[in-house]
Design a protein around this ligand. Structure first.
Ligand code: ATP
Ligand code: MG
Length: 565
């Protein structure tokens, strides 16, 4: 699993290196990856995953997959399965997962101990009042009238909260810290709230559920986590993380929290809430739509796990939030497929070509190279015949100066085929070109003319009578805005209405060898993934354009005047 890591040096690895020699925990490293089972993993999670599992691997430690299942209303077992599946797809073997709900009993016992120590109390104020009385950055908080309840009364009320005697929102358990603390997180944070909800693992056993802060750090402690790595927005929660550990009487070698910048990508939304909105409002087909930044979406789109990991490794870990260009991620995808993908020919917008001098009924098989980057990939047979399809935009009736492809009277090379010359153009009633009449030169079978004459372009083609009919999905950015949702705007306001376009394409017969989920290069057009749900025992019906051939990242760098990152 070595390649899963975003290795190199960064502040987290520096810390781990220090701790490895003479630090706490006897040099032991244990991390965790704590998703909430309320949605699918996305590319942002991949950054956390490659860090959490990566450093554990590099430092001879272990990483625990722990489901943070403390909100029964939105969580579900299907997400538990999906998250493990997605981790395996990414190349991580997560092992037996843990669940925060496994610790509900211990968390409750600790909460009772805190009450007994006078460090927690039951508050009867409603959520709105609690929030108002918390104060602001410049105003102190206001003590709850229930803050100084006796231990006995607190124990009794907390037991009755647990037994389900009160309505949701009627009472909460709060830690008794400091209502004037400069850090708002420390102003008597809520530890438990009442929820009469069915939990997918604990059923109807509990009527109180721990908050994130109470559950998280204590779960870390129970598991023996040494380094609890999370994203920057939890920076202000760190004092509370430490306070709870101290309050429950944890010894010296307790877990510590470290924060890194979350991944942001241009033209991309990585908030689960917003992704859910895309799905539930039918802006996309589902969580696994090829336009989604979920691992499932990226997989359908043809993004290989190796490229996702290489990208995460390349961008590294920082302490300040930033936004990465989506084109950088795409360049990793392109690089991977350039070495690995088979080449095939397909025509997305077919224009019929008749080879007028083709001998009647003659069958001809051309040989084409499967992957110029990989000799071992060998060659394939491509049928040639007297009726072909070429790409409509590879022909122009009245070409401008810099157009070198096919035009009336002009000769071009057909890739792995012959030189053809366009002699006649047939048009429909509206002037649209309907068919080209061409002649081929049988002497150019090897791709060169024996007399040495040159052509200025090589175009792709398929034999009409041998072609497979496939649908091809072309994609544009899902959000037109490069920073959707910046400045507090609703990211969905910049949803691109034209993010997907279907083409009825013609493909050479060898496209039939491509398995569902496999990525192929359609020559001159880009990389395309056969749909994952296509019947593996039947001819392909659907391809998704993964990414085009042009390296837009290189252009961006040139524009920015950088030599490379
Ligand atoms: P959301 O707030 O959108 O629901 P989340 O961060 O709460 O997302 P979790 O399932 O709780 O989602 O996340 C699990 C882990 O993945 C957390 O440790 C979180 O820090 C990390 N993570 C989530 N999104 C990103 C991101 N964009 N970049 C890096 N790490 C992320
Ligand atoms: Mg979360």
């Amino acid at each position: 699993m070595a390649s899963a890591s975003n290795s190199g040096t960064d502040f987290i690895r520096e810390t781990l290196r220090e701790h490895a020699s003479d630090g706490p925990y006897g040099g032991r490293v244990q991390t965790r990856f704590p998703p909430e089972p309320n949605g699918f993993l996305h590319i942002g999670h991949a950054k956390a995953i490659t860090l959490d599992f990566g450093v554990a691997d590099e430092f001879g430690g272990s990483c625990r997959l722990r489901f943070d299942d403390t909100n029964p209303e939105t969580e579900d077992a299907r997400f538990v399965d999906a998250i493990q599946e997605d981790l395996r797809w990414l190349g991580i073997e997560p092992g037996e997962p843990a669940f925060a709900s496994d610790y509900f009993g211990q968390l409750h016992a600790w909460a009772v101990a805190l009450i007994e120590d006078g460090k927690a109390y039951v508050d009867d104020q409603d959520a709105e009042t609690i929030s108002e009385n918390r104060g602001g950055f410049t105003t102190p908080g206001v003590d709850s009238p229930w803050r100084d309840r006796s231990v006995e009364e607190n124990l009794d009320l907390f037991a009755r909260m647990k037994a389900g005697e009160f309505a949701e929102g009627e009472r909460v358990l709060r830690a008794k810290i400091d209502m004037n603390h400069e850090n708002m997180q420390m102003r008597d944070p809520v530890m438990y709230r009442i929820r009469h909800k069915h939990h997918f693992r604990t059923g109807d056993e509990w009527h109180i559920y721990p908050t994130y802060d109470w559950a998280h750090g204590q779960s870390d402690a129970i598991e023996g986590t040494t380094h609890s790595i999370c994203t920057l927005e939890f920076d202000s929660h760190r004092p509370l993380y430490d306070w709870y550990h101290e309050a429950i009487g944890l010894g010296g070698e307790r877990p510590r929290q470290y924060e890194f910048a979350r991944l942001n990508l241009t033209h991309t939304v990585l908030s689960k809430r917003k992704l859910l909105e895309l799905v539930s409002d039918d802006h996309v087909d589902g969580w696994d739509d090829a336009r989604m930044p979920t691992l499932r979406g990226l997989r359908r789109r043809g993004y290989p796990p190796e490229a996702i990991r290489a990208f995460c490794s390349h961008i590294g870990i920082a302490k300040v939030n930033g936004v990465h260009e989506i084109e950088l991620l795409e360049s990793f995808v392109r690089t991977h497929h350039n070495t690995n993908a088979l080449r095939r020919m397909a025509v997305l917008d077919p224009l019929e070509v008749i080879i007028t001098n083709w001998p009647d009924g003659q069958d001809d098989i051309r040989e084409a190279i499967n992957n110029p980057e990989d000799e071992a990939a060998g060659t394939r047979e491509v049928p040639f015949s007297g009726r072909l399809f070429i790409e409509r935009d590879d022909f122009m009736l009245d070409p401008p100066k810099k157009f070198f492809r096919l035009a009336p009277g002009r000769e071009v090379r057909l890739r792995a085929g012959y030189f053809i010359t366009c002699n006649e153009v047939e048009t429909g009633a509206d002037g649209e070109v309907t068919r080209l009449l061409c002649t081929y030169d049988p002497e150019t079978a090897g791709g060169q003319a024996p007399d040495g004459r040159k052509v200025k372009a090589t175009i792709h083609w398929v034999s009409a009578d041998h072609a497979l009919d496939v649908d091809v999905m072309l994609y544009d950015r899902l959000f037109t805005d490069s920073h959707p949702g910046a400045d507090g705007a609703d990211p969905l306001a910049s949803l691109n209405p034209d993010s997907r376009e279907v083409r009825s394409a013609k493909a050479e017969p060898a496209v039939g060898d491509i398995a569902p989920g496999e990525v192929v290069q359609f020559e001159r057009l880009g990389y395309f993934a056969r749909d994952l749900d296509d019947d593996p025992n039947a001819a392909p019906t659907l391809f998704h354009r993964t990414v085009g051939l042009r390296d837009e990242w290189a252009n961006i760098q040139k524009r920015q005047g950088q030599g490379g990152k």
